[in-house]
Ligand binder design. Structure first.
Ligand code: FES
Length: 191
């Protein structure tokens, strides 16, 4: 009898029941399922975070579009670069500006520093009395008029007015020569 039980245990050990055979397979399947859900949950969480991120757009801190450029007497005849980097503006004082219909009338105007070709920032070259764009070689006179290179039109001018005796430059309003806008009273301060 004892021999028979021992034989039976040996046979069982060599031939595991169906449940025993299924056991590891089921555990593996459950583990895979859990792993799959974990990955899915992780991906869904990341996606949700991405959506939430769009609810809080980037804040751009740009300089104010209107700025005080100080007293006209601060500016001698010629190009002033004080506000080139901070406000995209050159202030130009001239004895005469025939292109805006102010021949022989001294005044100050504000030029936009952006090249009218593809938007680079030209350099002021006092020795050559010109703005020269480093990107494709366009050249502009101190008035803003283009005279060489691919730029199709002059530099733009900003609105500039006197407020309590000081120059206020308003970059919300621009004036384009090719549209006949340089004659606007607020594109030039007579000094
Ligand atoms: S961007 Fe100035 S010449 Fe092209």
């Amino acid at each position: 009898m004892a021999t028979s039980e021992a034989s039976q245990r040996a046979i069982t050990a060599q031939n595991p029941s169906r449940d025993q055979q299924r056991g590891p397979t089921r555990r593996a399947a459950v583990a895979q399922l859990l792993a799959g859900w974990s990955l899915f949950s992780l991906a869904a969480g990341v996606g949700l975070l991405g959506c939430v991120r769009f609810l809080f757009p980037n804040v751009l801190y740009e300089p104010p579009a209107t700025f005080n450029a100080g007293m006209p007497s601060n500016y001698g005849v010629g190009v002033d670069e004080t506000f080139k980097n901070t406000n995209s503006t050159w202030l130009v004082r001239t004895e005469s500006d025939p292109l805006s219909g102010r021949d022989g009338i001294p005044g100050i105007f504000a030029l936009n520093t952006v090249c009218t070709h593809l938007g680079c920032i030209p350099n002021w070259q006092a020795a050559d009395n010109r703005f020269k764009c480093p990107c494709h070689g366009s050249g502009f006179r101190p008035s803003g008029m283009n005279f060489e290179g691919p730029a199709p039109r002059p530099l733009e001018r900003w609105r500039v007015v006197l407020s309590e005796g000081e120059l206020m430059v308003d970059m919300n309003q621009k004036y384009q020569w090719e549209k006949g806008q340089w004659v606007s009273p607020e594109s030039y301060v007579v000094v």
